[in-house]
Ligand binder design. Structure first.
Ligand code: NAD
Length: 325
């Protein structure tokens, strides 16, 4: 099968591409390299540098490649940027997504696996959060993702698009080859590594007075290889499924202090932290119910605890102390 992967040079896209190649798929990666890195694209995949909003290039690339399915990971995905500049999120994640869907139609491809997010749910009404939880995003990032899920709903009604949306919780970890390295980092584990390595003076702990066991936020961490494996399961079943959304999360929550402790244990380094105020729109607890993906796709995470996830990320980081630079 031929798979077109957008965002292939990004953190999750690089590992998804690697796993697809390992499973024997033919892959064409596509990325504008705004956040990704060419070194992160598996050399066994073909690669086109381009923007999903560039209708001419996307149409030509799909017309030439004729993919059997599209895995759509390219996105504007940094929450704080979505507060400052919401327009670019709708332009990339919605307009760019429609450009891609139209090119798929023209190329006769009707299978899509889409990277959605837990941010579509907003402030949780209950935890664990299942897929039927109300969708009331508290930022333009989450809004753009739920809107694109709705766009695909209409493409199914009009054109029979088979599609699966995976709503990831907090992706982390690394494969043997590819890991998390952004020029502007906002994710907790890489930030802690950067602090451990002395690239940052201290780690800011946002909010220590939440109603959680130790007062810090609880998040659900899921290993990037487990996310990639979910994509392969989704790909195998997308025709049978037709249309469905699945959470991808471990089903366990870890507080920020537990993550800091895990990073201290794994790196053996003292990580200076400073207590800071809560960030607006940061809920106390975000934990996934993963019952649906386990029952319907047979997904089972290989990495169940935060320490093993941090270990794999640290092993990669030690080999790439400056990321892909
Ligand atoms: P990332 O920024 O590392 O990867 C996104 C990739 O998309 C980058 O390589 C970037 O260069 C590319 N891209 C951005 N705009 C583009 C455009 N207009 N045209 C072509 N390429 C473009 O982020 P990631 O963490 O790997 O996230 C991948 C996907 O997973 C995103 O859709 C994101 O919303 C989703 N997601 C991530 C997480 C997480 O914890 N990292 C959680 C939930 C959902």
């Amino acid at each position: 099968m031929k798979i077109f992967v957008t965002g292939a040079a990004g953190f999750i896209g690089s590992v998804v591409t690697q796993r697809l190649i390992e499973e024997g798929y033919d892959v064409l990666g596509f990325d504008n390299l705004s956040k990704g890195h060419t070194q992160a694209v598996d050399p066994k995949a073909r690669f086109v540098e381009g923007d999903i909003r560039d209708a001419g290039l996307v149409n030509k690339t799909l017309a030439d490649y004729r993919p059997d399915a599209v895995l759509h990971l390219a996105a504007e995905a940094l929450i704080d940027e979505s507060i400052k500049n919401p327009g670019i999120f709708f332009e990339t994640n919605n307009h760019g997504g429609v450009v891609l869907l139209e090119a798929m139609r023209a190329a006769g491809c009707n299978r899509m696996i889409f990277s959605s997010t837990a941010a579509i749910y907003g402030e949780p009404k209950y935890v664990p959060i299942d897929e039927d939880h109300p969708k009331e995003p508290v930022n333009a990032y989450g809004e753009s993702k739920i809107q694109f899920e709705r766009v695909m709903y209409w493409y199914r009604r009009s054109f029979g698009l088979n599609h699966v949306s995976f709503r990831y919780f907090n992706a982390c970890g690394a494969s043997d080859k590819y890991g998390e390295a952004r020029s502007k980092e906002t994710h907790i584990i890489p930030l802690l590594f950067e602090t451990a390595l002395g690239h940052r003076k201290q780690f800011h702990l946002f909010g220590t007075d939440y109603d959680t066991p130790d007062g810090t936020c609880v998040r659900d961490y899921v290993h990037v290889i487990d996310i990639a494996n979910a994509h392969i399961l989704g790909l195998r079943k997308v025709d049978e499924i037709g249309e469905r959304a699945y959470n991808i999360g471990s089903g366990n929550g870890n507080t920020n202090l537990e993550v800091i402790q895990a990073v201290r244990e794994v790196t053996g380094m003292e990580i200076p932290t400073v207590d800071d105020a809560r960030r607006p729109g940061d809920p106390a607890r975000l934990v996934a119910s993963n019952d649906r993906i386990k029952a319907e796709l047979g997904w089972e995470p290989q990495f169940a605890d935060i320490k093993s996830m941090v270990e794999s990320a640290w092993a990669w980081r030690q080999r790439h102390p400056n990321g892909y630079r």
